[in-house]
Design a protein around this ligand. Sequence first.
Ligand SMILES: Nc1ncnc2c1ncn2[C@@H]1O[C@H](COP(=O)(O)OP(=O)(O)O)[C@@H](O)[C@H]1O
Ligand SMILES: [Mg+2]
Length: 331
Amino acid sequence: MARSDLIINLVKAGVKGDAADVRATAEAIAADERAKKHTGVADRITRALNTTKPMNGNTQSRPGLRVRDGSGGIHRREPTRSINELYLEPFVRSACDELIEEQRRADVLRAHGLEPRHRILLAGPPGNGKTSLAEALAYELALPLFTVRYEAVVTSYLGETALRLKRLFDFVRTEPCVLFFDEFDAIGKERGDIHETGEIKRVVTTLLLQLDDLPSYCVLVGATNHPELLDRATWRRFEIRLNLDTPSAKQMTSYFSDNLRIFEETPGYTAKRLFEAVNPNNFSEAENFFLDVKRRIALAQGERDLRSILDERVKAFNERRYLPDEGDKDE
Ligand SMILES: Nc1ncnc2c1ncn2[C@@H]1O[C@H](COP(=O)(O)OP(=O)(O)O)[C@@H](O)[C@H]1O
Ligand SMILES: [Mg+2]
């Protein structure tokens, strides 16, 4: 069968829920890839077949609902945001592009006895794209995004937390994915609440060991607003460390310029003047400003001009500035 027919067959079998047919077709694809000397891909297909547990019976429940294995600590999502939608400093973008290339062409690296990098730490104040970038990396790599659910992992019993962490990683390593630890400092930060330092150490040690053991087809993305809370041993685990800092005036001006361009009317503001009038603290605020403008335009149904809407939103935005940024869950 031609390659495209195999893929179509796979999709049909998957939609029908015919597990035997899915397996047979996937094995055929693996054989086909192997014949083309794409051994890396072939190995990954075989591994996915052998290590991913089928769902029980005919229940439609997603694996994320199971509790006893590590999947309960994970929220699984298909990413939709591409990296081109994000405004990134050139050094951030090129580091991400390198990671993406290494992952996509891992076969070439492995043929030379090398592994692709797969652990990246994103630091920086809220609202500048840490979560979005984790999603974009998953999107570019065509991998599912697994977000760790701390509420399902961290308990006041540290022994139990360590056990759950271990289960979580056992589950994660069964398939290529982007594993996202938002607020990566959270586990370490529990320190303040708990007295048994020996136990806490065990949790952190478990976490570090698991990070070391993570296969390179699982891309770990850690995010933190408080990089200073991470100890050196943790810090060192990440092969790429990037700071997504508060945007520069230049970046913000280009963000405003691109966003103004989508309106049909002339705005009566240059990008720079509008940016200075709004003066957002981060991309999240800038995004919210433009969403507000679009809502007002939609509701005005052509009865108001863009300039007056922008004036009104600038004023409203500045009057409400005392409210903390919604992206800042950490304080
Ligand atoms: N660099 C960026 N470029 C474009 N949009 C951004 C950027 N950073 C953040 N945003 C927007 O702001 C919102 C919040 O960003 P998020 O990724 O959650 O930030 P963080 O995780 O750093 O707090 C997102 O919906 C995103 O669209
Ligand atoms: Mg975030």
